[in-house]
Write a protein that binds this ligand. Structure first.
Ligand SMILES: Cc1cc2nc3c(=O)[nH]c(=O)nc-3n(C[C@H](O)[C@H](O)[C@H](O)COP(=O)(O)OP(=O)(O)OC[C@H]3O[C@@H](n4cnc5c(N)ncnc54)[C@H](O)[C@@H]3O)c2cc1C
Length: 295
């Protein structure tokens, strides 16, 4: 089988390449400049130069597909990636299956998994899809031990005028390296709750993290502290979940933790199924008690 990959997110791109390694030949197109793309088993890495506009990139990729006949296209699910999938679908007349995190390739059919109903269910689907936008989690990132051939191509100017490009602030924290993580959820109830939890985080020499509502919706913590399938994948020795219900998208980011301790006032909260130790109670009463034992 032959695959084409477009990646403008190195972490997700590495996962896609690791997933494809051993399944057939694949070529990677990327507007990033990281040399690491060449370490994951692609036969060729094409570095794209110029403005990252989806339409002209789709024209380059469509022409590669038409001359070399690829079976499936894997695209990182990013703003450019999703736009690109739409243009490409039209250009090569192929179906898109968006936002997948699991793909099984059979002869002509393909079965995929993605979240549905706002994240409440996992949809397992069979289709003739040829183009996938892929969210993080399809595979671990494992270098292939080989080096890909590399080349560059110029992206033609598109018909959108980019007015300004403002880099985001760098990451505040490397959660992937933390050995103790204290993670707070919507159960915290208020932004001021963070200041009440911080002394506990300091006492256990941990890093502070949060669920998506805390980091993305309410912005009580920065985005780079979000744990979950659309956030960071962490594997600390101890993961302490405070006021987190334990929805699958959160669990996807912390299930490799060695020991999970959960505090939740609802004894039926799903987080307790993931937890090695669970405390049913109000986090604002439980945390000061634990601090009392520790100090
Ligand atoms: C496409 C998509 C991607 C997503 N990606 C992510 C992701 O990466 N990470 C992520 O976390 N979520 C993600 N989500 C959201 C996810 O589905 C859940 O909505 C989210 O994880 C819930 O966060 P929570 O547990 O903080 O809040 P809730 O589900 O509202 O849970 C709050 C919990 O706090 C408890 N509680 C309330 N007060 C207290 C108290 N005083 N003391 C103790 N316990 C208390 C409650 O009993 C409840 O269990 C995603 C969803 C979608 C659709």
């Amino acid at each position: 089988m032959k695959f084409l990959v477009f990646s403008d997110n190195l972490d997700n791109g590495k996962q896609i390449m690791s997933y494809l390694n051993g399944k057939g030949e694949f070529v990677v197109y990327t507007p990033d400049d990281s040399k690491e793309y060449a370490d994951y088993g692609a036969s060729r890495v094409v570095y794209l130069k110029g403005e990252h506009q989806a339409k002209p990139i789709s024209e380059l990729i469509a022409s590669e597909i038409k001359s070399n006949g690829f079976d499936f296209v894997f695209i990182t699910s990013t703003v450019t990636g999703r736009d690109l999938a739409a243009f490409l679908s039209q250009a090569i007349n192929a179906d898109i299956i968006p936002e997948v995190f699991d793909v099984k390739l059979q002869d002509s059919k393909v079965s995929t998994k993605r979240y549905g109903l706002g994240g409440k269910v996992v949809l397992e689907e069979e289709s003739n899809g040829k183009i996938f936008t892929v969210i993080p989690g399809i595979s671990d990132a494992v270098p292939s031990g080989t080096s890909s051939q590399v080349e560059t191509k110029e992206i033609q100017r598109g018909n959108v005028n980019i007015l300004s490009v403002n880099p985001k602030k760098g990451r505040e924290v490397d959660l992937e390296k933390a050995s103790i993580i204290v993670s707070v959820g919507r159960g915290l109830g208020k932004k001021e709750g963070i200041a009440q939890i911080e002394p506990f985080v300091k006492l256990v020499k941990g890093e502070l993290a949060g669920s998506r509502p805390v980091c993305l919706d309410y912005r009580w913590l920065s985005e780079d502290r979000q744990v979950g399938y659309s956030g960071r994948k962490v594997k600390p020795k101890i993961y302490i979940a405070l006021g987190i219900s334990g929805q699958i998208q959160h669990i996807a980011g912390m299930r490799d933790s060695k020991i999970v301790i959960a505090v939740n006032k609802d004894k039926a909260a799903p987080i307790f199924q993931e937890a090695d130790y669970g405390i049913v109670g109000d986090l604002y009463q439980v945390v000061p008690k634990i601090m009392g034992y520790l100090s």
